[in-house]
Design a protein. Sequence first.
Length: 388
Amino acid sequence: MTNAKNSNKSKRSKESKQSKQSKQSKQSKQSKQSKQLKQSKQSKQSKQPKQSKRSGKQQTVLLIVIGTVVTTAMLVILYFVIFYDNKNISQITDSSGLNNEAIQAGALEETMDNNMICFKDTYIQLATGEKATPEVLNGSIDNIKNWQSTDNSVAIVSENGEITGINAGICGITAEVEGTDKLLNLRVDVSAESESNIDETEPDTLESGDHETIIEDGVTYIDGIMMASKTFSLPADFDPGVNEEALNAFYEMQDAAAEEGLDIYISSSYRSYADQERIYNRYVEKDGKEAADTYSARPGHSDHQTGLTFDLNSIDDSFGLTPESDWVKVNAHKYGFIIRYPEGKQDITGYQYEPWHIRFIGVEKATEVYESGLCLEEFLGVDSVYKD
Ligand SMILES: [Zn+2]
């Protein structure tokens, strides 16, 4: 029994042990599991699985961003490297451009200076065999090139501008001003040696209507006078600006008038083809074409495009009532000017009386015209009528 008891005891004890063990083991297992679970939970919680997932995404985005930034930075650097090179190149171009500009400005200044070069006289008289070199204003004759005679049987010209009379007759001398588009014209009257002292003015020639007409680059010169009227037009690109010789002549006349206590001044001078186009179109709009044609020139037909014309003081009929107008009427020719559209000549000049509008043709011609009492058209034996 004792054994049995013992055995039982031991059995129980065993059982109990086993049970204990199993319990413990179970507990331990449970505890372990729970611990693990807890730990795992804690660990999972501490790791924060959602964030961890997000962090992965962020890393990818970050990588992309970094990649993009790096690529962009490299591109920017590359761009600047190229740009810098270009800039250097363009700086070189710029600096050379500036140099060119400076050179151009210098050339322009010289061109502008040269643009003022002109002949002192519109024509010269020579006897056969006689030599003369035209006087040059506002510059050196060395800047005048490509001298040419329109008729070598009348007069020849050297490359230095020395003109020699060959046979009696009239011809033109042309020359170019260096560095400009300016073409200089000079009329040469060559008389036979024996006659050289006889003829001065030639009213016979005027009456016979014997006038020398030269057309050069679309510009008509009759007896050396540039023509712009309803009959004679100037090319649209004929753009001479104010003629310096005419302007200087005006200043002389202005001084002379001032000495008499009179005030004359220029109100309008050179007008380009485009200027005249605007003015004429405005008048046509306002008064109609027929009326506009009586007082405003069509583009290309304006006397103002010659650069030899000035409108004085108040450009209206009231000027004709001033002492200035009276003075200009009888003195302008002494300075090379004529009243281009005199009173009572409307049917011939094509324009109403314009006491304010003076035109430079040189002292000699202006004096002839003034003394003749004729308007320029009558003097030259031409009309002033639009062809259409
Ligand atoms: Zn005018």
